[in-house]
Design a protein around this ligand. Structure first.
Ligand SMILES: [Zn+2]
Ligand SMILES: [Zn+2]
Length: 126
């Protein structure tokens, strides 16, 4: 009796854990899709193709980027109306393909210069 309960308890725990993992993954995928939609309005792929899947600052290609950073090249909003903006400027002329390194230095430069008030909160509140 006691043993049966113990076995079952483990089984239930395992099921709950699996359910959580499955849903978390689903939630993450959904979140990513929504994020892409809001951030780039479907323009990300167009910009990557326009820029030949290459960082426009140092020339690193997408394949190298995946190997080094574990994900593809970043599409950057030139005017800063992206990440922390309610209405991102998704005009393809405002979007630029960059690698992680160039993107980071781009933003830290902007932060130091503080030219764009929209960038004050970059890496700030989540
Ligand atoms: Zn680069
Ligand atoms: Zn950026």
């Amino acid at each position: 009796m006691n043993k049966y309960y113990q076995n079952n308890k483990e089984k239930v725990k395992r099921q709950v854990r699996n359910w959580r993992i499955k849903n978390l993954e689903k939630y993450r995928q959904l979140n990513r899709a929504q994020h892409e939609k809001r951030m780039f309005n479907g323009k990300k792929q167009i910009v990557l193709e326009r820029d030949n899947f290459t960082c426009q600052s140092c020339g690193m290609n997408n394949q190298q980027h995946i190997v080094i950073f574990g994900y593809g090249l970043i599409v950057h909003h030139i005017d800063g109306n992206g990440k922390n903006s309610e209405i991102p400027n998704n005009n393809i002329n405002n979007l630029l393909t960059l690698c992680h390194t160039c993107h980071t230095s781009h933003h830290s430069k902007q932060l130091m210069g503080n030219k764009n008030p929209n960038h004050r909160n970059f890496r700030g509140k989540k």
